[in-house]
Write a protein that binds this ligand. Structure first.
Ligand code: ADP
Ligand code: DP6
Length: 347
């Protein structure tokens, strides 16, 4: 009744922002399209134990209560219901990058949790069912179940069974340059920021309407390996999403001065013939989309932007995977534990 899983985070090129309906199923208002990233990952161990009186969470080495524990408890309840078990769980999870800081820890976190918890409970879900389960924890986590380029379907059903992610087959050598611009967690979690946007922003409806054409343009660009077309849609999806959030009342502002300087630097790169395209998430970090031939130069140029603390070139990442599991008499040795063997940590 124990399993360890690893999942990578992802960056949305066509963004998800807002929920549909009043349902508790965490259904997205829009579809989205992302790239899973190698090197920014979560490792999570889940152990169901009849001796525990409640679920317990160790996050990044510290016993954690409050919002993170409540959130994982809801996902564990779904797993217990599916598996027909009642035991509480000890969850030990570590992100090798800052948590709740705009680098999508909820994506890798809930993909790793969904995989580890189902396996520890004796369930073996196929990709689509795992994606639907991960979505209940966090919308972006539905995408981190898969590697490479991934499309998340909005779906129309009230039960959410058509709201899942799927990988897009592609051998494109895309790269994502992450420029970290701040330390510490953000003020407004994504869930809260998108709720406020949906409830109060006069631009929310326009944002939702912009999504389908953007998804189509992104799919077409990927099929053609057309970086300019994919880059254009990546920038406009990001900026339209942020515009809708900034118009919320009170405003939801994730960008800082350095984020906009990064955007300008990327525009300058393009004017000089270096193909790079800007995006950012619910946080101040700058992300540059490019291809392998240009990634190091884009990283060098972003590192020169005043206020950038660190840059990292990410290659497309693998799907979520089981690192080890153990149940009853069937023991499989653990390759590594949660606390050891994590890739290099970004502070
Ligand atoms: P981020 O930009 O990092 O994704 P979000 O606001 O989307 O920020 O999500 C942050 C929340 O995700 C945390 O407050 C916590 O509830 C959850 N989370 C982050 N890392 C993990 C993890 N490894 N396991 C479980 N939940 C996690
Ligand atoms: C800006 O997936 O964190 O990163 O479903 O409420 O957990 P919840 O939201 P979350 O939102 C991600 C927002 C985003 C864009 C994206 O990843 O598509």
């Amino acid at each position: 009744m124990r399993a360890v899983a690893e999942a990578r985070t992802n960056i949305a090129l066509v963004k998800y922002w807002g929920k549909r309906g009043a349902s508790t199923l965490n259904l997205p208002a829009v579809g989205s399209l992302s790239l899973t990233l190698e090197g920014l990952s979560t490792r999570t161990e889940v152990r169901f134990d009849g001796a525990l009186k409640s679920d317990e969470l160790s996050l990044n080495g510290s016993a954690t209560t409050g919002e993170p524990l409540v959130r994982i408890g809801k996902l564990l309840d779904l797993v217990r219901a599916q598996a027909g078990i009642r035991e509480h769980a000890l969850v030990s999870s570590a992100n090798n990058f800052p948590t709740a800081a705009g680098l999508a820890s909820s994506a890798s976190g809930f993909a790793a949790l969904a995989l580890a918890a189902t396996r520890a409970a004796g369930l073996k879900l196929e990709g689509r069912a795992l994606s639907i389960l991960a979505r209940r924890g966090s919308g972006s986590a539905a995408r981190s179940v898969f590697g490479g380029l991934v499309e998340m379907h909005r779906g129309v059903r009230e039960d959410g069974e058509d709201s899942f992610a799927e990988p897009i087959a592609s051998d494109w050598d895309l790269r994502l340059v992450v420029a970290v611009t701040a330390k510490g967690p953000k003020d407004t979690l994504s869930t809260d920021g998108m709720r406020r946007t949906a409830e109060t922003s006069p631009y929310f409806k326009s944002w939702v309407e912009s999504s389908e054409p953007d998804l189509k343009a992104a799919r077409d660009a990927i099929a053609r390996h057309d970086l300019e077309a994919l880059g254009e849609v990546t920038e406009r999806s990001c900026l339209t999403m942020h515009a809708s959030a900034m118009a919320a009342r009170p405003a939801v502002v994730y960008m800082r001065g350095v984020t906009l300087e990064g955007y300008r630097a990327i525009q300058d790169m393009r004017r000089g013939g270096l193909p790079a395209y800007f995006t950012c998430d619910a946080g101040p970090h700058i992300k540059g989309l490019t291809t392998s031939a240009h990634a190091n130069e884009v990283a060098k140029r972003l590192a020169e932007v005043p206020g950038v603390l660190e840059t990292r070139v990410c290659v497309p990442g693998a799907a979520a995977e089981i690192i080890g599991e153990e149940s009853g008499t069937n023991r499989v040795s653990f390759r590594e534990t949660v606390s050891s063997g994590m890739p290099e940590v970004i502070e």
